[in-house]
Design a protein around this ligand. Structure first.
Ligand SMILES: [Zn+2]
Length: 292
């Protein structure tokens, strides 16, 4: 589906539906607070019968006159994630869906991962003759240097395979293929499209600012996982590396974009995904925005 905003932004979904109970993703959430929230009566974001958060795992593709830029690469196929049944050894139609949306893998100029968690790097690679090879043969893969150095260090200094092994099967092969570019956290891809540092969820987590001079969007990855965190910006996720810093970053971002025309496109907001932020620090709200 095409999202509103600058250039042409296309969303391709790998997984969408009931995800987990709010208390799993957001440890500060309580049943009472969730039931009292605005999303409790919005089936797009919360299933009141099952008490599950509705979430999406999708890629966003920005097409400008100069470049085709793919942001966040979901979970991927054939990846061994034994502790995560819905991510383990998948064989989904993501690549065919991407091509059907008019974006064949060969057309991608840049891949940008907002951070290097397993659900943001999966389609960086695909399995070919028993080897992990770059899925996007003509792309430069942009990783924030801070982020790549952090997970590389984790991989080298601990016994735990970093991020459910995704460093080994989805990041290291890109480095080995010479297609990775480690960039500063304010790197500009082309005029109007640049990274913005948003540390906390991970050390080198970045937002992508996208503007064509008329409209503006922020592709924010997991800086906000779920609309509940707009009403409750203090709620960091169980997967945040530094929950306190994540909270500070999220609140600053909300303050910057509230009551502006900026469109927010998180990595896990279910359809229709794009929102505008309303209100102020005393209480934030949002409205969904669909392409007119
Ligand atoms: Zn994520």
């Amino acid at each position: 589906m095409h999202l509103p905003g600058p250039f042409d932004i296309i969303r391709v979904v790998e997984l969408q539906g009931d995800f987990r109970v709010p208390e799993f993703l957001l440890p500060d959430a309580t049943l009472e607070a969730v039931r009292a929230s605005k999303i409790a009566s919005d089936p797009r974001f919360y299933n009141a019968e099952t008490h599950m958060l509705m979430m999406s795992f999708h890629t966003l593709v920005i097409r400008t006159e100069r470049h085709t830029i793919l942001v966040d690469t979901c979970v991927g196929n054939d990846k061994e994630r034994p502790t995560l049944p819905d991510w383990h050894m998948r064989s989904g139609p993501f690549l065919a869906d991407l091509a059907a949306a008019g974006v064949p893998a060969e057309s991608i100029d840049y891949v940008f991962c907002t951070h290097l968690h397993a659900d943001h790097v999966g389609w960086n690679t695909k399995l070919l003759d028993g080897r992990w090879v770059p899925t996007f043969p003509n792309a430069k893969y942009l990783f924030a240097r801070t982020e790549a150095e952090h997970w590389s260090h984790v991989r080298e200094t601990t016994d735990e395979p970093a991020n459910h092994r995704s460093w080994d099967d989805s990041v290291q092969p890109i480095l080995d293929a010479g297609q990775a570019v480690l960039v500063d956290s304010d790197y500009e891809i082309e005029p109007g499209i640049h990274l913005v540092p948003a540390p906390g969820h991970t050390p080198g987590n970045c937002i992508l600012h996208v503007s064509d001079g008329k409209e503006r969007a922020y592709l924010i990855g997991d800086t906000i996982h779920h609309p509940l965190q707009i009403e409750h910006p203090d709620w960091s996720s169980s997967f945040c590396w530094d929950p306190d810093l994540s909270r500070v970053t999220r609140k600053k971002f909300l303050n910057d974009v509230a009551e502006t025309d900026a469109l927010i496109m998180p990595a896990h907001f279910a359809t229709p995904t794009a929102v505008r932020i309303l209100g102020d620090a005393k209480g934030y709200d949002f409205e969904t925005v669909e392409k007119g």
